[in-house]
Each structure stands twice: as structure tokens, then as C-alpha cells.
Design a protein around this ligand. Structure first.
Ligand code: ADP
Ligand code: MG
Length: 755
């Protein structure tokens, strides 16, 4: 089956020019142009090319290498991938050559090292394969050196002070554990080589290097613990991650009429729509044609890139959606999530949409998160968080579980800090997302097991109870013991933990780096304790049990199965002494506390200056983000909203004057009240803008990297954000008063419903 393209139809995507002039032109034209959009069908043909055929076709993966590399080289690459052995430079030449031929045969002209610097977005600098100074025509080359190392002039990436201290240049280095791939664009293809990014002195300037280090740490510590438990076969442990990704789609015509969404990724103005998500009719609703066309197109591209996307559905808020992959090893899952966001952004544009990954693009409806599903597997592929048939007696599972429980309790603040971003501050703690208080949900069955261990009772809990549907012809459904609790930030969901507080726009590298390192520390702690207990003599099982009892008792305060949104939980959590770091300026300093510095340096994940540099970059990023938002707020309120309100004020005033002169003595109290209401708001809006603008002058002079920096972040959080909110409150009131035909910004009821 072939599909016809609708490119002709897409020419309708330009907006019509016939509207009468006036303030609201952009908005009116946007609404009109969205009305006749068509689903864009591309020439995807799964009947002739099923998914299993195209999957990974743009990836230089093991299968491709096995086919293209000499046997000895392929074996060396496999040893490098599976056992962390370094690849002989001579072999790198062979790999590079095969990679080049493979890429060129598929239409690639350029290559790039592909990496994520500390600003958190992917970076690429393309070089062609062409070597110029050759007399006899163009020669295409790509050496082992080109593959292994790049030297971008990277002085414009954030380094948080590291590079100036040590060395100006940043170097990218090939990460063989994440396969190279071909990125398509309209006029050609580029070979992308996933890479780390470091300074000459070996300081990490990216998000991947610490993640890789943390994976080594957790593997080493977990293997040590498993050996202490008597499981001596295991040599390596891998973390597995499946990040579920939430996002919004809005039509590009609305996007272009919203300077706030263009520059800040979120709506800084907008009254709550009359219909929000209260009908609960969007979640898992039937997916609109145009959206499904986009999803399928993006998935098609991702399949070819070897990204195993699996689930698609409508999310809770109107115009909100989710995509989830099949889990992979942590490093690959992290790269693939970055790739997914990029492909989604690009494909959305092709379909006349804009894909918004911001954590809170629209206040009043749910924001977006990224559920970081996380587990560990041994080198035989056994999931270490998979309870056995009989949970009570499954000692290894329980010890691993205890390690995670201890880690989340001991390092809760650090885990919280790992997800602190300006965007996520809008989400954590609002009654829709997990709160900023870290706690663990285990579910009833497992909680009972834990309680019984602590109290020394045997469990009477039968695992695998069934739920009866009450319909005789249907089979009983196996009851999932880890019943869903959507309010928990860190939930056990059967055979993995789901860290739900991660922001939708951030790379999962940092949260996983922190998680892996703190769990590594717990693994070592438990191994130490078990060794100590065993040395006292007696049965190993008894020794393990005593350590288990102690660890679970020490850390049971972090367990909570109830409603994390409730006020009672906030009170209860504070009684238990659990931290509630409500926003980034409160959370981020945890990164540079002595405990964090000690932990990360003990596991060689971050040296102290690497940690401090990250702290500075993240703080600075927060300040810059809110500064941009405050400028936009002032700008839009002054140049778009005030003029609309004044125009309406003039119309009302004119109507009153003219009516009075036409009909002497007429009572116009209502019209006069309307005029007064609008005039009041105009005055309040103007005042609120002035307050906001004045703050901008107040904070000047603190623009440097030291402790003042925290003060500046707090200033933004405590003063600038409330001032922005005040501007918005008045503007949103005006939106509900001013003549609709004059309102310049697309409204929520339009952006979230018309697509
Ligand atoms: P839900 O959370 O909605 O019940 P699933 O249980 O299907 O959905 O899983 C959600 C995500 O968790 C998927 O991306 C899936 O691949 C991932 N996942 C499943 N098992 C593991 C595991 N062992 N380690 C990491 N992620 C996993
Ligand atoms: Mg989930």
C-alpha cells in the first residue's frame, strides 16, 4: 500500500491574509488557518517494510559491525562493549573506515560528534568527509583519530569556571557503548557519533561522562554485594532505564502568535479555559488523526534510529500526550531519550505543530514529567528488582530493595536536587505531580513483607492474588501487587522503581547519575555490614537477615503508600524529618554540601570542582531563565496587552459619551462600571509592570560566580517570580473582560483544543 502525500494540502498552512486590520489580527488569522489543517501523510509503508526490517537501519550497530568488520576487530569491539576493555587505536582505524563506507553508501556527506554539554541540549558540529588538498579530485576520509576524538572550539559552552581554570579547549571522545547513527534532513544525511565532552585535564564538561562513571560505580559495588550474598557468578551489573516522556502539541499558527511560548517554552499569560481537564475525557482518548499522523511519522524515524518506542497515548491535560520506549541500558536510554526529543521537535514542525517539552507550559492544567523507570540487571540479564515466587524468602531481592530504600532515605535531598530546574519548580508540589518531598511507594504486599521482616514475623501474604471481573466468561485477572499510586515520586512498580519527579525537558543523565551513585554507596554499606555480621560467626543467612532488619528499621520513615498530594502527608513528612525543598534555590545547594562532595568523589563520579561547576551552571541557568521570562512578561504586557485594554477602554468611553449625547439623561451605570473595571485593571497592570521592571535594576551588580549567586537565585525566586505572577493575574483578568476581537494572544481554549 502506498500513501499519497498531502504536500499540496499543506500549502494551506500559510495563514490567510483577508482579516481586517486590528490588534487581534495574528490571533484571528491563527484560528482561521488551523481550522482546515489536514493530517500529513508521508510515504510510510509498513506493509512492504515492516518494523522489524527498518528497525535500526540507520544505526551502525553490532549486527552491522559483525557484517562489515574483520572478525578480530569485531571481537575487540565486543570485548570493549561487554567488558569495558579499551579498543586498540589501530583497530579504531578499521572501525572508522567501515563506518565511513557504510555512512557514505547511505548518502552521508558529513560526520559529527554528538554530545550533551552542560546546558543540557544536544550539540553537534558537522565536518565533511572531504579532504581538500588533494590534486586528483575529491577524496573522502575518516580516520580512527577522527572517530575517537574531536576538538571542537568549545569555548562558548558553559563550563562553570572549569575550563578557564584548566584549559580552554573541550574535547569530544567517542562513546562506543552508544552506537553511531545517521541523522536525516531534507537534503542529506549526517553520521552522528555519540560522544563524551571533557576538558584537556579530564574534567567532565557534559552530562554523559559522570553517568558512565556512576554506572561503573554501581556495577562494582553491586557485584561486591552479590558476592557477599553468595552469588559469585556475577561479574557486571547494568542499570536499565525506560523514560516515559510527556509533551504538549500546539498548532504552529498559535505558536507564532505567542512570543512567550517561542522564547520561554511556556505561556506566561492566559486565563484558565472554561473547559480544562475536569471531564477527564482526554486521557487515553481516541487520538486525533492529525496527531496520530505526526506520532507515526516520528516513530518511523525513531525505529530507523533504533529507538524502541512502544507506547503512545493522550495524557491527562488537553493537547498533552505521552510516548514510552522499551527500556534499555542506562547510557543508551539516555541518548535515545535526547534523540527522541529531537526527532519529536523536528517531526512536529513538519506536521504544522510545535512540540512543547516544558514542565508547565499551561497553568491550570497538568504539566509534563518524565517517568524514569529504573532497575538493575546482572550480566545474565536477571532483573535484580524482580521479586521471586516467594517474596518473603527471596533474600537477594530484599537486600537489593533495602539498598535502594536506604539510598533514597539517606540521600533524598540529593535526589531532589538532581531534578531541580526552573520549569520543574512549577510542577513539583502543585497538586498534579509528585511533591518535592521524596518518599518511596512500595505497595501493600511489599510493605507487609518489609513490616514482617522488621518485626520478625513470618509473612502470611500470598503473592499473585487475583481480581475477579465478575463476568463468568472472562479469565480472572492477576492482581498487580504494586497497584498504582500516581502521587508518589519514587514508586516500586513490580520489578523496577519509577522516579516520577523528573522534569519533561531535562536529560535523564543527572537524575540517573545521582541515583546510581547513592545506590552504589548503599550496596557497599550493606556488603560491609554483612561481612561484619558474618565474621562474628554463624549462619550467613542469619547475618544477612540481621542486616536487613537493621537497614529497613533505620530507613522505614521514607516509605509512604498514601496520597502524596494531601496536606496530612506534608505534616506527617515533617514529623518524620523528611526534607521538603520546595524550589531550586533551596534544593540546589545540596549538590555542594560536604556529604555530596564526599559521596561523589569516593565513587569517582564528580571531582569537587566538577560538582561546583555544575552547581554554578545550574544556578546561573535558573537565573537566566527567569530573567528571560520577566523581560517577556514586561514586554508582552506593555506592547500587546495594555494596548488592547486601552483600545477597549476607549471604545467603552466613546460609547458612553456618544450614547449620552444621543439620549439625554439616560442611565449608563452598568457601562460606566464596565469602564471603571477595565480602567482599574489597566492601572494595576501598569503598576505591576513597573514593579517588575524596577526589580530588574535592583539585582544588577550581582552577576558573578560566588555565594552571591545563591542570593541572586533566591532573589529571582522570592521577588521576581511573585512580581511576574502579579502582572499575569491582572492581565488574565483583563482577558476575561476585553472584547474578544481585540485580544492579541491566542487563548488557552484555542491553543489546547483547536488542532
Ligand atoms: P506503566 O508504568 O504505565 O505500567 P510499564 O510497566 O509498561 O508501564 O513500563 C513503563 C516503562 O518502564 C517502559 O518504558 C518500560 O520499558 C520500562 N521498564 C519496564 N521494565 C523495566 C526495567 N526492568 N528497568 C527499567 N525500565 C523498565
Ligand atoms: Mg509509568
Amino acid at each position: 500500500m502506498t500513501y499519497t502525500t498531502h504536500h499540496e494540502k499543506r500549502s494551506k498552512y500559510h495563514v490567510s491574509k483577508d482579516s481586517n486590520s486590528g490588534l487581534a489580527n495574528g490571533r484571528k488569522r491563527a484560528v482561521a488557518s488551523v481550522a482546515d489543517r489536514q493530517p500529513l501523510s508521508t510515504s510510510i509503508d509498513y506493509a512492504s517494510h515492516p518494523v522489524n526490517e527498518i528497525f535500526g537501519s540507520n544505526v551502525f550497530n553490532r549486527q552491522t559491525m559483525r557484517a562489515l568488520l574483520p572478525k578480530t576487530v569485531y571481537k575487540a569491539v565486543v570485548r570493549c562493549l561487554d567488558h569495558g576493555e579499551q579498543l586498540d587505536p589501530a583497530m579504531a582505524d578499521t572501525v572508522a573506515n567501515a563506518m565511513k563506507d557504510w555512512a557514505i553508501a547511505r548518502g552521508a556527506t558529513h560526520f559529527t560528534h554528538w554530545f550533551v554539554p552542560l546546558h543540557g541540549y544536544t550539540a553537534e558540529k558537522h565536518d565533511s568527509f572531504l579532504v581538500s588538498n588533494v590534486d586528483d579530485g575529491a577524496v573522502l576520509e575518516f580516520s580512527g583519530k577522527n572517530l575517537v576524538q574531536g576538538e571542537p572550539d568549545a569555548s562558548s559552552f558553559p563550563s562553570g569556571g572549569i575550563r578557564s581554570t584548566f584549559e580552554a579547549r573541550g574535547y569530544t571522545g567517542w562513546d562506543p557503548s552508544s552506537p553511531a547513527f545517521l541523522m536525516d534532513s531534507a537534503n542529506g544525511r549526517t553520521l552522528c557519533i555519540p560522544s563524551v565532552f571533557c576538558s584537556f585535564s579530564g574534567h567532565a564538561l557534559d552530562v554523559k561522562t559522570p553517568l558512565l562513571r556512576s554506572l561503573e560505580a554501581i556495577s562494582k559495588s553491586t557485584v561486591r554485594l552479590l558476592h557477599a550474598l553468595g552469588n559469585k557468578e556475577v561479574k557486571r551489573v547494568n542499570c536499565t532505564v525506560g523514560p516515559e516522556q510527556e509533551y504538549f502539541l500546539i498548532d504552529e499558527a498559535f505558536y507564532h502568535a505567542r512570543p512567550d511560548i517561542i522564547s520561554a517554552g511556556r505561556a506566561l499569560f492566559g486565563a484558565r479555559p472554561p473547559k480544562g481537564q475536569e471531564m477527564e475525557d482526554h486521557y487515553w482518548g481516541s487520538i486525533r488523526e492529525r496527531v496520530l499522523a505526526f506520532m507515526m511519522d516520528a516513530e518511523h524515524e525513531l525505529y530507523r534510529l533504533g529507538v524502541p518506542v512502544k507506547t503512545r497515548h493522550n495524557e491527562v491535560a488537553p493537547a498533552q500526550f505521552e510516548v514510552a520506549p522499551v527500556f534499555e541500558s542506562s547510557n543508551l536510554a539516555t541518548d535515545h531519550n535526547m534523540l527522541l526529543m529531537e526527532v519529536f521537535r523536528k517531526t512536529a514542525q513538519k506536521h504544522g505543530f510545535r512540540c512543547l517539552f516544558h514542565e508547565k507550559p499551561f497553568s491550570g492544567v497538568n504539566g509534563s514529567g518524565k517517568h524514569n523507570n529504573w532497575s538493575m540487571a546482572d550480566d545474565q540479564g536477571n532483573n535484580l528488582l524482580e521479586p521471586g515466587e516467594d517474596t518473603q524468602d527471596n533474600l537477594q531481592f530484599l537486600v537489593v530493595l533495602a539498598a535502594v530504600i536506604r539510598a533514597v532515605d539517606k540521600y533524598a535531598k540529593l535526589l531532589r536536587a538532581s531534578i531541580a530546574t526552573a520549569g520543574n519548580d512549577h510542577r513539583l508540589g502543585a497538586n498534579e505531580a509528585p511533591p518535592a518531598i521524596m518518599s518511596i511507594y512500595l505497595g501493600d504486599a511489599l510493605t507487609k513483607v518489609v513490616d514482617n521482616i522488621i518485626s520478625g514475623k513470618a509473612s502470611d501474604k500470598k503473592v499473585g492474588a487475583t481480581v475477579r471481573s465478575g463476568v463468568s466468561m472472562l479469565p480472572d485477572i492477576l492482581k498487580d501487587d504494586s497497584d498504582r499510586n500516581r502521587t508518589s515520586p519514587f514508586a516500586f512498580t513490580g520489578n523496577k522503581f519509577e522516579f516520577r519527579a523528573v522534569g519533561s525537558s531535562q536529560s535523564v543523565a543527572m537524575p540517573n547519575t545521582v541515583l546510581n551513585t547513592m545506590v552504589a554507596d548503599s550496596m557497599d554499606y550493606l556488603a560491609d555490614e554483612i561481612d561484619k555480621a558474618a565474621k562474628k560467626g554463624g549462619d550467613l543467612k542469619a547475618a544477612i537477615n540481621s542486616v536487613l532488619v537493621k537497614t529497613l528499621s533505620d530507613h522505614k520513615r521514607i516509605l509512604f503508600n498514601g496520597d502524596n498530594y494531601s496536606e496530612q502527608w506534608h505534616e506527617e513528612a515533617s514529623r518524620r524529618g523528611l526534607a521538603n525543598l520546595k524550589n531550586l534555590p533551596e534544593a540546589l545547594p545540596v549538590l555542594v554540601e560536604a556529604e555530596a562532595k564526599e559521596l561523589f568523589s569516593r565513587y569517582d563520579v564528580f571531582q569537587e570542582d566538577e560538582l561546583v561547576s555544575r552547581y554554578h551552571i545550574l544556578l546561573e541557568n535558573y537565573c537566566k531563565t527567569i530573567n528571560v521570562e520577566s523581560l517577556l512578561t514586561s514586554n508582552i504586557a506593555t506592547t500587546m496587552i495594555l494596548p488592547a485594554a486601552i483600545e477597549y477602554q476607549t471604545r467603552l468611553a466613546t460609547a458612553i459619551v456618544q450614547t449620552k449625547s444621543a439620549v439625554g439623561g439616560i442611565n449608563l451605570a452598568h457601562q460606566e462600571n464596565m469602564l471603571k473595571d477595565v480602567s482599574d485593571r489597566i492601572a494595576r497592570l501598569r503598576t505591576a509592570i513597573e514593579v517588575l521592571d524596577m526589580l530588574r535594576h535592583e539585582q544588577r551588580g550581582e552577576d558573578h560566580l560566588d555565594d552571591e549567586h545563591t542570593a541572586e537565585a533566591r532573589f529571582y525566586q522570592q521577588r521576581v517570580i511573585p512580581a511576574m505572577n502579579e502582572v499575569r493575574t491582572v492581565a488574565d483578568e483583563l482577558e476575561l473582560m476585553v472584547d474578544d476581537s481585540l485580544w492579541p494572544l491566542p487563548k488557552f481554549r484555542e491553543m489546547l483544543y483547536i488542532y
